[in-house]
Design a protein around this ligand. Sequence first.
Ligand code: FAD
Length: 509
Amino acid sequence: MNAPDADFIIIGSGPAGVSAAFPLIAAGRRVLMLDGGDDAGSQEESRSVRVLGSNLESLRTDDGSSPKLQTPAARGILESFRDQSGITGNGFFPIGSLARGGLSNIWGAQISYLDAEDIAAWPIDIASLQRSYEHVAKRIGISRNADSATGADSEPVLPLGATAAHVLHRHQAAKPADGSFRLFPAINAILSEARPGRAACDLRGDCLYGCPSGAIYDSRQDLLLLRKSPHFRLLDNMRAVSLTRSSRWTVGTADGSSFSAPRIILAAGVLGTAALLADLLPLGEQGLRLLNSPTLAVPLLCPTRLSRSPTPTHSLAQLGLSLRYGSGASDYVTGAIYEVGSLPAQSFINRMPLGRKAGRAAFETIASSLLVATIYYPGDQSRSYIHRDAAMGKRLTVSGGFAEGFGLRAEALKNALRREWKRLGLIQLPGASLAEPGIDAHFAGTLPMGATGAFGTSSDGELNHHPGLYIVDGSIIPDLSSKYITMTIMANADRVAHRLAATEAKPAL
Ligand SMILES: Cc1cc2nc3c(=O)[nH]c(=O)nc-3n(C[C@H](O)[C@H](O)[C@H](O)COP(=O)(O)OP(=O)(O)OC[C@H]3O[C@@H](n4cnc5c(N)ncnc54)[C@H](O)[C@@H]3O)c2cc1C
């Protein structure tokens, strides 16, 4: 029999895949990474091309998804997944990527840390997760605020935009209507100090569409580092389509190639991993449970900032917020507040009851005083399932929905938030909307660690009944709090890979 192609094959080059690769190559293991896409276009185009398209095509698109997802930059990342993954949605936006670096090419780079309470049901200890948070934070660069309890590896804080700073000041000056309401400067994976190959944030304010200078973390930056190692090889345009095991695992790809290794690590994103495993899992009637965060977007006006000039800052989340709005364990939300000045103006102008020209003039007058709050519920407020579509052969459908009683919860939350906006001197504008499930791309819990049976994994992410097949993306995160998920996905992948490097003591070759 031919020699295996590597000790570990990692499928997927997004945040999870790269975070698993570093500890393995540091321990001298040979890692082959396969990615279904390639470099999803350069970040060099002008702002207007990135936002509106070379042919102004974004002005003609309005499919109800978030404005960011309608930009050419995002479409280049999302479309190939839509076309090739074989996953469709039913009341669910199946967001995934087939591009080098995965969804981190278009993520919002906002960071949350889970604490001991958040991971109480996980089969791991908080100290091991915290160690891995540190490893990841050090590698990717985080501009964090003094408010954050976890970790020492921080960089200086980036300046807040003037409207966000004004709102934060009001929050600090006046007592919250609800004692559990917290507002704080957002923690973002943005460099405030330059590193080799990456410039510091220059506060240009158009970073929602990718950062040409590399200040916002994106997994492609890690691939440049990984490729310097003789133990690491990345093959692009290698979409894995099958997994089979005899004496070792073999990955078959869409172009007919095959690669083998004693151990496979799946990091294809929750939906991509489910698609790859569909033939190995007993997907019955009900299908595979998927946790996702129901997402509320609330437009806000800060009247005292009307007609003021915007100040230089980045255009990702300015403020983080959290609120406990009821007594149940799930009545807890977190979120972010964005300044609107740098969002694509057309999506606002199109919705104003004015002609285009008047709409643009009105927008320019109020842009610097507009904010958008995005609020995430925990994943147990979702009811989404991945099914095999019997009529469509191997295709999968994700059906989306909300937990029972969610409508009442949503109303209670809106009322609690309204009181806080008022206290902060903000006017809630009409148009607050709950997004179609999936749009948040915060996914987890399909193959939870610690669960028994065919849909569970060990605490190291090894799929039950399939020795040597490991999963490191959000699939194995057992529950989904309302906090941002990617930092935890990365830290957990780092944790699993450290354990594999330590327990799989001898390289297989
Ligand atoms: C608009 C937007 C904003 C977001 N903002 C935030 C935020 O502010 N904070 C936060 O925490 N999270 C955010 N997220 C979520 C974040 O992007 C994801 O949690 C994160 O990218 C998941 O990482 P991953 O490596 O598990 O998967 P992905 O990033 O999806 O990477 C999967 C990789 O696997 C590859 N792949 C997939 N299938 C195959 C296959 N069959 N064969 C080979 N390769 C394959 C893909 O090409 C890709 O490289 C956001 C997401 C979106 C879309």
